[in-house]
Write a protein that binds this ligand. Structure first.
Ligand code: MG
Length: 382
């Protein structure tokens, strides 16, 4: 039996995790749920999955929920302390970090310290605090199991080959809704267009990041930490049909990859059932319908999020956090219609150019960087 705590249970990863649990209720039990403020959905989840505890980041929403579920046996917690309570619950043995953004840093670290395995979907935490969480996980003897589809594919391609030498990691990208577009085309794209992802169903933040290729930039940095490889050994390939979810090229020239349907429930489930593949809620892949698998070089002149991410990772220290914090700010601002799509890159670049790099930033440093970035750009653009 796996005992789960789901951080971000009302989001895209959280709801898909619960799909997986529904199918495997004989071997998976939900012990804790948590969300930002969507208590309508959280209440439904509490009534269906009967967790011991649930946490809501927003204090007043938590107070509301406490009244609504007074007839159940679920205890309600609130704020960052509540999130931490939910991921350190003694009865849970694995935490699915389905929360978006740097808000995941503190609960992820708390969960690792409490000895929980991590099914990591919160890539921003890995990007900003990889230098903290990876050694800590090793020290605590906990597993960091990737949920991001590409990293799950890489993880699977590495299984059982500990003594083989890697030439490179081939990180695939669909290219998003703006594949093939020029800078000129992108000047006036709308939020709605950016949210129309051709192959994956994901939350709004990651969907915009996919359109800008900032998501792929974050994933390069995530892969650097998860698999302990130099960024220059990570090559991004555009694979528009999203069939090959990523691969590893070994020194002898062999390429081992993972192919499957574009369904997040597969990598989510694999993180929970590792090392076993068992039936999943996903539909079978029809190769004859899929037909072909193309590979293209990413257009790094237009989609500058990718080269900026490589630069951030090469410079290291606090620079990946700067990239991420500026991107989080720009992404949210674009979604609110306050900036143009291409300004996302200008904002990240400006933040990186102006930042004085810190060598090995602490959690406090990382959170201070985020607050500084938010303040700086709020003043400039609002
Ligand atoms: Mg991904």
């Amino acid at each position: 039996m796996k005992h789960l705590s789901i951080l971000g249970s009302t989001g895209s990863i959280g709801t898909q995790t619960l799909d997986v649990v529904r199918m495997h209720s004989d071997s998976m039990k939900v012990e804790a749920l948590s969300c930002g403020r969507n208590i309508d959905l959280l209440e439904k989840q509490i009534r269906e999955f009967h967790p011991r505890i649930a946490a809501v980041c927003d204090e007043s929403a938590a107070a509301d929920l406490r009244v609504r579920v007074a007839d159940t046996s679920t205890s309600i917690f609130s704020g960052m302390d509540g999130l931490i309570e939910s991921v350190t619950l003694p009865e849970a043995d694995i935490v699915i970090t389905g929360i978006v953004g740097m808000i995941g840093i503190e609960p992820t670290i708390a969960a690792i310290r409490a000895g929980k395995d991590i099914a990591l979907a919160n890539k921003e935490t890995c990007v900003c605090a990889g230098h903290i969480i990876m050694p800590l996980a090793k020290k605590m003897g906990v597993r960091i199991l990737p949920v991001d589809s590409e990293h799950s594919a890489i993880f699977q391609s590495l299984m059982g080959r500990a003594d083989s030498k890697i030439r490179k990691i081939l990180l695939t990208a669909s290219g998003g809704p703006f594949l093939g577009k020029t800078k000129r085309d992108l000047e006036h794209v709308t939020v709605k267009e950016a949210l129309s992802h051709p192959t994956w169903s994901m939350g709004p933040k990651v969907t915009i990041d996919s359109a800008s290729l900032c998501n792929k930039g974050l994933e390069v940095m995530e892969a650097r930490w998860l698999f302990d490889v130099d960024v220059d050994r990570i090559q991004v390939l555009i694979q528009p049909q999203s069939l090959l979810h990523s691969a590893v090229e070994y020194e002898d020239g062999s390429v081992i990859g993972q192919i499957g349907p574009s369904d997040m429930r597969i990598p989510i489930q694999f993180a929970l059932t590792y090392p076993n593949h068992i039936p999943s809620p996903a539909e079978e892949l029809d190769f004859f319908k899929a037909g072909r698998m193309d590979f293209l070089r990413p257009d790094t002149e237009t989609f500058r999020g990718l080269p900026l991410a490589y630069r951030a990772m090469r410079e290291g220290g606090s620079m990946p956090c700067i990239f991420n914090a500026a991107n989080e700010w720009a992404n949210a601002c674009f979604r609110r219609g306050k900036i143009h799509f291409l300004e996302i890159y200008d904002i990240i670049e400006e933040a990186m150019d102006e930042h004085v790099r810190i060598d090995s930033p602490s959690v406090e440093d990382l959170l201070a960087i985020r607050d500084d970035i938010n303040r700086h750009f709020d003043e400039k653009y609002m």
